[in-house]
Each structure stands twice: as structure tokens, then as C-alpha cells.
Design a protein around this ligand. Structure first.
Ligand code: APR
Length: 236
């Protein structure tokens, strides 16, 4: 089966009701990034950051995968699909995608403040345990923190994501402004032979790059259109 790699951002979950970051009304208009999404902000005021992510985590049970998530998962019938997402929600998995690389962490997980990327420190939160509180401890005794990659921190999954991108036969980018590195740099790893499709209702800086075939629609409508096109490719 051909390898299909799909890089997604906040726009992928917009139609599920989760706000994006940089659209009007986005998260970064309501909060200062430096207060809630940087390692410095967490060190300065851990309780503010822990509560910011508690609030976002509490929204999750009420939202569900959109048609776009479902169509991404359905492509696994025709391709060897890997999803590389910048999103911290679990909507790709809930829609049925089986190979998902989370570049920026996962809202439903928590970890150690001292060793955040030590697998033995990572725990999965659930409906009965949605909030992290000051004083909650990880296995190593340090404060339990959100399993989120903040600005200023390493992106442990970027090497794997770059390798997967370099092996793509077809590449799809859905719902990301490609503002944030190293995620935005992944398109550079895509082999020349692989077509790159972009699904986004707006132009993003990269559309100036002739390599993109831009489907200027939302995630769900765009995936309807792309699925028809890809099914033809899968058959040849
Ligand atoms: N369908 C598809 N795309 C959409 C939709 C939609 N319904 N609505 C908006 N978009 C597009 C916007 O046009 C924009 O290009 O989704 C993109 C959202 O961009 P951002 O808000 O910047 O989100 P993202 O690119 O995922 O941000 C990357 O920044 O703050 C950090 O860690 C955070 O992972 C996030 C990273």
C-alpha cells in the first residue's frame, strides 16, 4: 500500500467545536501564550497553567470527531496512513485513526515536572480523573504537569515525524497555519515525487509554494473532495 502522511493542526478540530489558535477569536486572543504555553510560564505560575489545561481537558468529552476526522481514518482502507498532528485532543484516535504521532503532547495525559518525557512518568487521565491539582505527584515525586510540549521545550517526536514524512508517497496538510517550527518544517522532508495537498479555507504562507495543491475548503468538505481523488490514485 502507498504511504499516505497527513499533517494536521487546530483547523482539523475546528469543526468539532475546538477553537484554533490564530483565527479571529482564537485561543491566543484570549490568553497570552507566554503565560500558559511556555515552560517559563509554567515555572513562573504552575497553578495558572495547570488550570488552563484543566479547562481545555474538560471540554473534550463534550466534543466529538468531525466528518474530516472520520474521513482521515477511513483512508486506512486504501493507504498505509500515518497522522502527524500538532493537536493535543484525541479526536483522530476517537475517529479510528490507528497511527497518530502527537508532536505537541496529549491533553488526556499527565507527566512529571522533573522528567516530562520519561515514559515511566506518563499517566493517562480519564473521565473520573480529568483535573490535575497542585500537590498531585508524578511517580518520581515531582509535581504532576500536563503532558504538553510548551514553547521552549524539545519536541521529542519530531525525528520520527521527519522520517515518516521523508517516506511519504502522498502528503496532506490540513488546518495548520504552518507558523510553528519544527512542525512547519516537516513539509521540507517530503520527497519531490510526492504530491502535497493542502486543505484550508484560507491561504497559508506556504501556498505561495507551487508544490501545494490547495483545496480551499474546510476540513470536512475538503476531505470529501480529497477522498474521491485519492481513491483513484489508490486503485492504480
Ligand atoms: N478547516 C480547515 N482548516 C481550518 C478551519 C476549518 N474548518 N478553520 C480554520 N482553519 C485553518 C486556519 O485557516 C489556519 O490556517 O486552520 C489553521 C489554524 O492555524 P493555527 O490556529 O495557527 O493552529 P496551528 O497551525 O495548529 O498552530 C500550531 O501553535 O500555539 C501552538 O501548539 C500550538 O499546535 C499549535 C501550534
Amino acid at each position: 500500500m502507498k504511504k499516505l502522511v497527513i499533517l494536521t493542526g487546530a483547523g482539523m478540530s475546528a469543526e468539532s467545536g475546538i477553537s484554533t489558535f490564530r483565527d479571529s477569536g482564537g485561543l491566543w486572543e484570549q490568553y497570552r501564550v507566554e503565560d500558559v504555553a511556555t515552560i517559563e510560564g509554567y515555572i513562573r505560575n504552575p497553578e495558572l497553567v495547570i488550570n488552563f489545561y484543566n479547562e481545555r481537558r474538560r471540554q473534550l468529552p463534550a466534543v466529538k470527531p468531525c466528518r474530516g476526522h472520520e474521513l482521515v481514518a477511513a483512508l486506512e482502507q486504501y493507504f498505509d496512513v500515518t497522522v502527524i498532528t500538532q493537536n493535543v485532543d484525541n479526536l483522530h484516535e476517537r475517529a479510528g485513526s490507528t497511527k497518530v504521532i502527537h508532536l505537541h503532547g496529549e491533553l488526556m495525559k499527565a507527566t512529571s515536572t522533573r522528567n516530562p518525557n520519561d515514559p515511566s512518568q506518563i499517566i493517562t487521565l480519564d473521565a473520573d480523573h480529568m483535573d490535575i491539582h497542585m500537590g498531585d505527584k508524578a511517580a518520581d515525586g515531582s509535581q504532576l504537569r500536563p503532558f504538553i510540549v510548551w514553547f521552549g521545550e524539545a519536541v521529542p517526536e519530531i525525528e520520527r515525524a521527519a522520517e515518516v514524512s521523508s517516506e511519504a508517497d502522498i502528503y496532506v496538510v490540513i488546518g495548520t497555519s504552518l507558523n510553528v517550527y519544527p512542525a512547519a518544517g516537516l513539509v521540507q522532508f517530503v520527497p519531490e515525487r510526492a504530491p502535497i495537498y493542502l486543505i484550508d479555507p484560507k491561504d497559508v504562507p506556504w501556498t505561495a509554494n507551487h508544490r501545494f495543491r490547495h483545496i480551499k475548503k474546510g476540513a470536512s468538505e475538503g476531505m470529501e473532495e480529497l477522498t474521491k481523488m485519492l481513491k483513484l490514485i489508490a486503485e492504480d
